[in-house]
Design a protein around this ligand. Structure first.
Ligand SMILES: [Zn+2]
Ligand SMILES: [Zn+2]
Length: 170
């Protein structure tokens, strides 16, 4: 039951604009997209749009609960249109890839705090941090005694490279 995005906006009393529609489409097509990436996608679709306009549109859509905003620690906010449930997220520490994971406990997990301290709780956020399969595969079993070996040799390690290593590039 895919609702027409224009109808969706009208149902929520939001004025339908090309920019808002394009923002909605961008997020629908790329779950967990950043505002910067939304701006890029929208520009590709309808032409120039300022980052501020993108933020404004995202703000309106989040306020009306058409989009959900996820704010992982230490990374830009991400946006998704899967708003009808209380799913969680897996985030890779290495590459930042974020994927959905269904709630382990039910439709609204952990809302019943052990002690609510008098707060009226309306949301519990669960983020699983770790490394995605690709990143785990790239660096199997890093030893704890070895502090983060450099993965790229950019600006270092050139001494032992012969001139033949250099492939002509433009
Ligand atoms: Zn990763
Ligand atoms: Zn999600």
């Amino acid at each position: 039951m895919v609702t027409d995005p224009s109808d969706l906006l009208r149902q929520h009393g939001i004025q339908v604009t090309a920019q808002r529609l394009a923002v909605l489409r961008a997020v629908a097509g790329h779950p967990h997209i950043t505002a910067d990436a939304v701006a890029e996608a929208v520009r590709a679709e309808i032409g120039a749009i300022s980052l501020q306009s993108v933020y404004d549109a995202l703000g309106v859509l989040v306020a009306e609960r058409l989009l959900r905003r996820i704010q992982p620690a230490g990374s830009p906010a991400r946006f998704e249109d899967r708003v009808d449930d209380n799913h969680h997220h897996l985030i890779c520490r290495a590459c930042g890839r974020m994927v959905d994971v269904d709630c382990a406990a039910g439709s609204a997990p952990c809302l019943t705090a052990v002690d609510d301290r008098g707060y009226e709780i309306d949301e519990a956020e669960v983020v699983y941090w770790g490394r995605c399969p690709d990143c785990v595969g790239q660096s199997r079993a890093p030893s704890n005694s070895d502090p983060a070996p450099p993965r790229r040799r950019r600006g270092q390690g050139n001494a032992h490279r012969g001139p033949d290593d250099r492939i002509k590039s433009s």
